[in-house]
Design a binder for this molecule. Structure first.
Ligand code: ADP
Ligand code: MG
Length: 698
C-alpha cells in the first residue's frame, strides 16, 4: 500500500509557508477571499480538504439508458425549450447528446433553471430514465461544466470544496491542483516509521495528493485514513503527555486512615450504595497517592454524587487543607451550601458561600478569611476563579457539572493551590468518544447505581389534543399533596418565536386552569434574591406549581415535587430533557414526566420517543451525541472540544481508539518525546495544543 513520492521538487520546504499568492491564478483579490477561509499559506491550502466528491468514474453512454434504471451521462446541450401544460405548469426540457444518442432532461415548474443551460455547454446528468415521446431524465441532478475545468480534469473523482458563495469550484480546483502538484512533496513526514508501518499508513505527500485528487475510491479511502489517523494521533499524544505531566507533578499525599473514614461516615445519614463505596474507594486511593488526582466522576442525576464529594472534601479538611467546590449557577451553589451545612452540622468544618453578589465590604472580609485559612470549605460559582480569591492551603478542588465550565476555568481553579487534587463531577454522561478526547487526560469513575427506593419517572408524550387530560391528572397529583414543575422554553413572549412563555403562561395557568392552586414563577431574568425566595417558597410547599424556564435544569433537589411538565418539549435537546426529568423522582412517590410536544421534524419526534423509552442517562447521552454531533453536544467550542478538520468522532471511533493506544504506548516508551525519531511529532503536538492543554513538563 505504501506508495513512493512522485512529486517533483522545485523549491525548498519553507516554500510551504509562502503566501497563497505565490500560486498561479491567485492575485491580490483572490488572496483576500482565500484569507477569509483561513487560507493564507500554501500549507493551509494543502490542508483544506474537500467536503465531498463527485463520482465521474462510471459515466455511461446515452445508448445504454434503460427505462426505470438510473444513469450518469456526460454530453453537450443541443437545445433548450420551455412549454406550458394545459394545467398551466411550465416544463423545461434540455436536450443533451453524446456520440451515441440524445436524451431530454425535464423539470416541471422551475422556470429559473432555464437561464442556466445554453446550447454547447457540457453537462453531467444523473437521474432515473423515463419515457414520454422520447427518452427522458426527470429532474436529474445536474452539473454544468466550464471549459476551464474540462481541461484540468484528470481523474474522474472530482473534489468539491467548502467555498463561499462567490467562489467558483472549478477555479479553486485548478489552483489546488497547482498547489498539490508543486508543493505536496515538501510536507514533512512527522510520524515515526514504526507507526506508519504498523498501521500501513500512506506517506503524507501521497495522502495529501489523494485526498484532493484521488484516482480511485480505494486511494481516497487510504488517504483519508492516513489524515484522520494523523489528526487523532496528535490529539491523543497531547492527552497522553498531559496525563503523564500531571502524574509527574508532586501532589499532596493525604492520610485517610480508619479514624478519618469512620469520622466521615458518621456524618452520612444513610447507607452508601455499592457504587458509591467503589467510587469513594477510587477517590481515596488517588488522594492517598502523592500523584495529583485528576478524576472525572460520572453519575446520572440523582445517583448521589454529592455525598461522594463530601467524603473527599472532609478527607482533605481532616488533613488540614482547604477545599473549594465550584457549581455552575448561583442557585446550585446555594443549594450545595445548604446541603453541606446539613451534613456538617455536627462537625467543626467552617463553610462559606461565595457568589457574585456578596456586597463588597462583606466580601473583603470573606476573602481575608479564605486567605488566612479560617475557612475550610468554600462553595461558590465561577466567582471562585477570580484573581482576588486566594487560599491559604488549597488541597482539593471539586467542580460540579463540569461541562458547563471550560478546560481553562478548570485549570484556573486548580492553580489556586500548589497542586491540589481535582475531582470533576458530571451528570451528563460522556459518550465514549468524548471521554477519550475532551476528557482524555482524566481518570474516570462511574456511579452506575441509584440509591434504593427510587422508582424511575414514568414519561408520557402528551399531544395537543390530550393537554386537558394532562391538566386533570396534574390536579389529581396536587390533591395528593405532590408538587409540580412546568417548564417553558422562553421567559417572555417573543415576536421571533411562536412559543409559549413562562411569564404569560404562569398567569394563564393561575387564572384559567388551576384557580384554586398556588402557582409560582421562576426565571433567569429575576434578581437573584427573588429567585431564592421563590425556590425557598416552593421547597417549603408554599406553591403547588412552579412555572419555570430551563434554569431549574441542573441540581435542584425537591423530593416532594413528583411531576415535571415540559412544554414545547420538541425545542429541548435530549440531554436537557433528561436533566429536567432528573429534577423529579427524588422522593419515594411515583413520579411523572409529561412532555407536551408537537414536533415538526423526525429528529425532534425521535427525541421524544427516546425519552419515553428509557431512563438510562448513558443511552440518552449517546443518542444525543449521535443526533446532534459533537460540536453541539457541549454547546460551544470553548468547552474543550478540539477543532477537527477531517475526523468525524462518531464515524472514526475505531481509528480514534487505535490512535489513542499508539499515542499512549509511545509516551510510556518515551515520556517526553525526546528521542530523535519523535522530534517532529513532538513539535507538531506543541504547536497544536500547547496553549490549550497546558502541556506540563514537555
Ligand atoms: P446527584 O448525583 O444528582 O448530585 P445527589 O447527590 O443530589 O444526586 O443525591 C440525590 C438524592 O439522593 C439526595 O437527596 C441524597 O440525599 C440522596 N442519596 C444519595 N445517596 C443515597 C443513598 N446511598 N441512600 C439514600 N439516599 C441517598
Ligand atoms: Mg448534584
Amino acid at each position: 500500500m505504501l506508495v513512493t513520492n512522485t512529486t517533483t521538487k522545485t523549491a525548498s520546504p519553507s516554500a510551504l509557508y509562502q503566501s497563497v499568492q505565490y500560486l498561479k491564478g491567485v492575485g491580490p483579490k483572490r488572496c483576500e477571499a482565500f484569507g477569509k477561509l483561513g487560507l493564507h499559506t500554501i500549507r493551509d491550502m494543502l490542508y483544506y480538504f474537500p467536503r465531498d466528491y463527485k463520482d465521474r468514474t462510471r459515466i455511461q453512454k446515452i445508448s445504454e439508458a434503460r427505462i426505470g434504471a438510473e444513469i450518469t451521462i456526460q454530453g453537450r446541450v443541443l437545445g433548450v425549450q420551455t412549454r406550458m401544460t394545459r394545467s398551466r405548469k411550465s416544463i423545461l426540457e434540455v436536450f443533451v447528446g453524446d456520440e451515441t444518442g440524445t436524451i431530454a432532461a425535464t423539470w416541471f415548474n422551475q422556470p429559473f433553471l432555464t437561464k442556466k443551460f445554453h446550447a454547447g455547454d457540457t453537462v453531467f446528468l444523473h437521474g432515473k430514465v423515463g419515457e414520454y415521446k422520447y427518452l427522458q431524465l426527470l429532474s436529474p441532478e445536474y452539473e454544468i461544466v466550464q471549459d476551464a475545468e474540462i481541461n484540468t480534469k484528470e481523474g474522474s473523482i472530482v473534489p468539491v470544496y467548502p467555498l463561499t458563495e462567490h467562489m467558483n469550484q472549478a477555479h479553486f480546483r485548478k489552483i489546488m491542483k497547482e498547489a498539490v502538484h508543486h508543493f505536496a512533496g515538501y510536507i514533512d513526514e512527522i510520524l515515526p516509521k514504526e507507526i506508519m508501518e504498523r498501521n500501513q499508513l500512506l506517506p503524507i505527500d501521497n495522502a495529501i495528493k489523494n485526498i484532493h485528487f484521488p484516482e480511485t475510491f480505494e486511494n481516497l479511502k487510504n488517504a483519508r485514513f492516513r489524515l484522520v489517523y494523523d489528526e487523532l494521533f496528535t490529539l491523543e499524544l497531547a492527552m497522553a503527555l498531559r496525563r503523564r505531566g500531571i502524574k509527574e507533578e508532586k501532589g499532596i499525599s493525604f492520610k485517610i486512615g480508619a479514624n478519618v473514614d469512620t469520622h466521615i461516615r458518621n456524618l452520612i445519614p444513610f447507607t452508601l450504595t455499592k457504587a458509591q463505596e467503589r467510587v469513594i474507594h477510587e477517590i481515596a486511593e488517588d488522594m492517598r497517592s502523592p500523584k495529583p488526582m485528576n478524576r472525572l466522576l460520572q453519575g446520572d442525576v440523582g445517583s448521589g454524587k454529592t455525598v461522594v464529594a463530601i467524603y473527599a472534601i472532609l478527607a482533605a479538611i481532616a488533613n488540614g487543607y482547604q477545599a473549594a467546590f465550584m457549581a455552575p449557577t448561583e442557585i446550585l451553589a446555594k443549594q450545595h451550601f445548604q446541603t453541606m451545612q446539613k451534613y456538617l452540622l455536627h462537625s467543626h468544618v467552617r463553610t462559606h458561600l461565595l457568589t457574585g453578589d456578596t456586597n463588597s465590604r462583606q466580601r473583603k472580609n470573606d476573602l481575608d478569611q479564605i486567605k488566612t485559612g479560617q475557612i475550610d470549605l468554600v462553595i461558590g460559582t465561577h466567582a471562585l476563579i477570580e484573581e482576588t480569591v486566594q487560599f491559604n492551603q488549597l488541597g482539593l478542588v471539586v467542580i460540579d457539572e463540569q461541562h458547563k465550565f471550560g478546560v481553562v476555568q478548570r485549570l484556573k481553579l486548580k492553580k489556586k493551590g500548589p497542586c491540589p487534587d481535582v475531582l470533576i463531577m458530571t451528570a451528563t454522561p460522556i459518550p465514549r468518544t468524548l471521554s477519550l478526547t475532551v476528557f482524555g487526560d482524566l481518570d474516570i469513575s462511574i456511579l452506575d447505581e441509584m440509591p434504593p427506593d427510587r422508582s424511575p419517572a414514568k414519561t408520557v408524550w402528551v399531544t395537543q389534543d390530550r393537554e386537558k387530560n394532562a391538566y386533570d391528572f396534574i390536579s389529581g397529583e396536587i390533591a395528593k399533596g405532590r408538587q409540580v414543575f412546568i417548564v417553558y422554553p422562553l421567559v417572555e413572549e417573543s415576536e421571533f418565536f411562536d412559543l409559549k412563555s413562562a411569564v404569560t403562561e404562569a398567569k394563564r395557568l393561575q387564572c384559567d386552569v388551576f384557580p384554586t392552586r398556588r402557582v409560582g414563577l421562576l426565571h433567569g431574568k429575576m434578581k437573584s434574591a427573588e429567585k431564592d425566595k421563590v425556590m425557598m417558597d416552593f421547597k417549603e410547599k408554599r406553591y403547588d406549581i412552579l412555572v419555570s424556564t430551563i434554569i431549574i435544569e441542573v441540581g435542584i433537589d425537591i423530593p416532594n415535587a413528583s411531576v415535571m411538565v415540559i412544554v414545547h418539549a420538541e425545542r429541548f435537546g435530549l440531554s436537557q430533557l433528561h436533566q429536567l426529568r432528573g429534577r423529579i423522582g427524588r422522593g419515594s412517590e411515583q413520579s411523572y414526566c409529561l412532555l407536551f410536544g408537537n414536533p415538526n421534524s423526525s429528529i425532534s419526534s425521535e427525541r421524544l420517543k427516546i425519552m419515553t423509552r428509557t431512563n438510562d442517562g448513558f443511552k440518552i447521552a449517546e443518542m444525543d451525541f449521535r443526533l446532534r454531533g459533537p460540536g453541539e453536544f457541549f454547546g460551544t467550542r470553548q468547552h474543550g472540544l478540539p477543532e477537527l478538520t477531517i475526523s468525524d468522532l462518531l464515524k472514526d471511533f475505531p481509528i480514534l481508539k487505535k490512535a489513542r493506544d499508539d499515542a499512549f504506548a509511545l509516551v510510556s516508551e518515551d515520556p517526553q518525546l525526546t528521542m530523535d525519531t519523535h522530534f517532529k511529532i513532538r513539535q507538531r503536538v506543541l504547536e497544536t495544543f500547547k496553549d490549550r492543554f497546558e502541556l506540563i513538563n514537555v
